[in-house]
Design a protein. Structure first.
Lengths: 241, 190
């Protein structure tokens, strides 16, 4: 696997009990770039640990499928796709049960931030391509898609940011890696609108007690706020002074 | 948070309260606060008490009164020419959905026109100004200006593109057919 952006500072083994040397409330090294595709209306590229994700946004444009059109608002359509080479063992190309689900929940997670009423009868296409996967791709996809939508000049009430929390070896930890996700007891992706902390996505896999759930949710929101800062920096780097 | 002119803002950033300013382009109002819709720069108009956000990213083209559009004539009736709008001038992006506009015979030229077919024919590419906008379907266009009108005409006999032959006249290089049009000064084929 190609590892590009893991500087030494992230490899310290101080207070860490996690395999990759992270503290329980630490996210993997994150890099976001906005507006990197020439022909898409908006785009972004994100690296989160070993994840590499490319997002392109097209539209609002005319919905070619007439039954999708809504007379009073635009429709957001998402496609989450994993490249065949994104995982250890070759993934059969094309949509499967998992990617259809992730496409649906991504569109639903992004929708509350967008002002769709401004573009009646049109469709907004979001393409999320996972080039390399290492756990937490759905969260990384939502985070990157939100940057790409802002880059496309879509009117938005807020950015959308997502981060997972979960339980590994009996401890609540932030931003699970692939290994932690496999071995861990629970995984909980959360997407929020960071300003008012409105939750737009909440999924849960595994078992958590009520206290653990609340702790994980708080931790995920904290992680989201950290990621939101990096989202803003990416946009500022592209469009700021 | 009070935003100054020139501040760099993100979607959702508070700019002012509703008592101070009128929210203009690129902003929205929520619970008495004016917030930004785009990644952009704040522009405060102290005189008119308006606050807006100038987007730094390219935004989807929005049809509004006064916009110049490029379209294709798809039908010429006795009073109106129907135009499918393909492009809004000043934007590199396609319109957000298919729009149909209409040029009324009185809005086609400055002078009197006995028949609308003397100004437009089916298949012509025209440049026009949006003069009135009612909802999504009521788009009135006008071409009564030197820089507006047909920018590419098609021969009604053989469907070849025609060359400019006179002030408001075009000639077909294929069959020699002469026809009348309301030509724009931007008509390129000479």
């Amino acid at each position: 696997m190609i590892i590009i952006i893991t500087p030494d500072e992230f490899k310290r083994v101080s207070q860490a009990t996690r395999e990759d040397g992270r503290a329980p409330d630490e996210i993997r090294p994150l890099k976001i770039e906005a507006g990197i595709l020439e022909r898409a209306d908006g785009s972004s590229y994100l690296e989160l640990g070993g994840n590499k994700i490319l997002v392109a946004v097209y539209g609002p444009r005319e919905a070619q499928i007439k039954r999708l059109q809504r007379p009073d608002r635009a429709v957001i359509r998402c496609r989450y796709n994993m490249a065949p080479f994104s995982v250890e063992e070759r993934k059969r190309p094309g949509p499967d049960r998992r990617s259809v689900e992730i496409s649906k929940i991504t569109a639903e997670a992004l929708r509350p931030a967008l002002i769709l009423e401004r573009f009646p009868r049109s469709v907004i296409d979001v393409f999320i391509e996972v080039l390399e996967a290492e756990g937490g791709t759905r969260c990384a996809g939502i985070t990157a898609a939100s940057v790409a939508l802002a880059d496309a000049g879509m009117p938005m009430k807020d950015m959308v940011v997502a981060c997972a929390a979960g339980k590994v070896n009996g401890r609540i930890v932030l931003d699970l890696s692939e290994e932690e996700d496999k071995r861990g007891e629970a995984d909980m992706p959360v997407a929020i609108l960071p300003r008012n902390k409105e939750i737009t996505l909440l999924q849960s896999d595994g078992n958590l007690t009520q206290e653990e759930f609340e702790e994980a949710l708080d931790l995920a929101i904290k992680g989201c706020l950290k990621i939101n800062k990096i989202q803003k920096e990416a946009l500022k780097k592209k469009y700021g002074e | 948070m009070k935003a100054k002119s020139g501040d760099f803002v993100f979607p959702g950033d508070s700019l002012a309260v509703i008592e101070e300013f009128v929210p203009a382009e690129g902003t929205y109002e929520e619970k008495g606060k004016i917030k930004s819709l785009f990644v952009g720069e704040v522009a405060r108009d102290e005189k008119n008490k308006r606050i807006k956000v100038i987007s730094k990213t390219e935004t989807p083209p929005i049809l509004k009164e006064g916009a110049i559009v490029i379209g294709e004539v798809i039908e010429v009736k006795s009073q109106r020419a129907l135009v499918r709008i393909h492009h809004v001038k000043g934007s590199s992006r396609a319109p957000v959905t298919s729009f149909m506009g209409a040029v009324h015979i009185s809005q086609a030229t400055n002078g009197y026109l006995s028949k609308l077919t003397e100004a437009f024919r089916i298949g012509d590419i025209i440049e026009a100004r949006v003069s009135r906008l009612v909802g999504l379907t009521g788009i009135d266009l006008q071409t009564a200006q030197k820089s507006l009108g047909v920018i590419k005409a098609m021969c009604t006999r053989c469907r070849h593109f025609m060359k400019k032959a006179g002030n408001n006249e075009v000639i077909c290089p294929n069959c020699g057919n002469r026809e009348k049009r309301k030509l724009s000064t931007d008509y390129r084929l000479r």
